[in-house]
Ligand binder design. Structure first.
Ligand code: DAH
Length: 337
């Protein structure tokens, strides 16, 4: 009998049921089985062939024993899983992955920590004072409108914060300058959900208050950040803007990373994308928080985490961040920014 064919038979025998295992045992392992019979016939072979054939047959017997034993061990383990068999192959465990917004948030924080910023936070359910009044919003400012803000208790002005600038107020109320903080967090706005807008998103607020803080410090700090985050060659454009809580106010655009400045839907064919708002803290805000504007000055800025994440990963639709779509989330597995 061809021993190679026998070997193939041993390897390919279906061992899934107890009956199949019984037949396997009878054919290969029992007294009177094929291997036993062949071993018995060894004496009919010439001595030169006998030795090699004998050890081949013994290897086949061992192979049959091993296949049966490992199949039965696997089945026993499946029925009654324990860690008692250290030779058993490990189960594949699906590794988790960090959410892209967390990755980007952490990277932003690390860049600012290198120049001395520490973290601060505040509540998501806020009052009118911290979200609007202390930040110099006029009593009839449109942002206070029900159209833009989710009110928890409209009569008492309790609301879901619409920006992380609330944390500026909370920190200045309880801390004396020098202040140098970063406040990451979730904010809420009454928007129609689309590819470009959502009812919640994430911001990182920055605040620096001390004696003799100037707009030059603001510019140098934010250019350092943008070059660290997007790369040294990134083009930066400063635009005058308006926020109630800063005087002067500016917005910063960078050269669109998606199209390289030639124009695409992300930059609305302008070649530029806005990445942050900033300015010198309005003296009214310092006073409202108990800091003397004659002695101290400060700058502040607000970054949109979703915007930066979209730009760096090329994510076209904001809604992907909140959908728990596994295929999307798993594509960030093992990613370190
Ligand atoms: N709070 C602003 C917003 O939600 C962002 C912002 C702009 C924050 C300028 C600042 C700032 O601290 O100085 O759009």
């Amino acid at each position: 009998m061809e021993l190679a064919a026998l070997e193939k038979e041993i390897i390919e025998w279906d061992l899934s049921t107890p009956e199949a295992q019984q037949r396997f045992r009878q054919r290969f392992l029992k007294r009177g089985g094929v291997l036993d019979t062949l071993l018995g016939q060894l004496k009919d072979f010439p001595p030169a062939e006998r030795k090699e054939r004998g050890s081949y047959l013994n290897r086949l017997k061992e192979l049959a024993q091993q296949r049966l034993a490992s199949t039965q061990a696997a089945q026993a383990h499946q029925e009654n899983p324990t860690l008692s068999d250290p030779t058993f192959p490990a189960f594949y465990i699906e590794a988790g992955s960090r959410h892209p917004l967390s990755l980007v948030e952490e990277r932003i924080i690390r860049i600012f920590q290198r120049i001395g910023y520490t973290l601060a936070d505040g509540p998501e359910i806020e009052d009118d004072w911290h979200n609007f009044s202390a930040l110099n919003f006029e009593p009839d400012h449109p942002a206070r409108d029900m159209q833009d803000t989710f009110f928890v208790d409209p009569a008492r002005g309790i609301l879901l914060r619409t920006h992380t600038s609330t944390v500026q107020v909370r920190v200045m109320e309880r801390q004396k300058p020098p202040i140098r903080i970063l406040a990451p967090g979730r904010v809420y706005r009454h928007e129609t959900i689309s590819a470009r807008a959502h009812v919640y998103f994430h911001q990182i607020e920055g605040l620096y208050v001390d004696e003799e803080v100037s707009a030059a410090d603001l510019k140098a700090t934010l250019e350092y950040f943008i070059h660290s985050f997007f790369g040294e060659g990134t083009k930066i454009r400063w635009r005058a803007s308006y926020f109630p809580f800063t005087e002067m106010s500016a917005e910063v655009d960078i050269g669109c990373l998606i199209c390289g400045g030639s124009g695409c839907p992300v930059c609305k064919h302008t070649g530029w994308v806005e990445v942050l708002g900033c300015g010198m803290v309005d003296p009214n805000v310092l006073s409202a928080c108990g800091i003397n504007p004659e002695r101290y000055a400060g700058f502040a800025f607000g970054l949109g985490v979703e915007r930066l994440t979209q730009l760096i990963f090329g994510i076209p639709d904001l809604r992907l961040f909140g959908q728990n779509n596994l295929q999307f989330l798993q594509s960030f597995r093992g990613y370190a920014l």
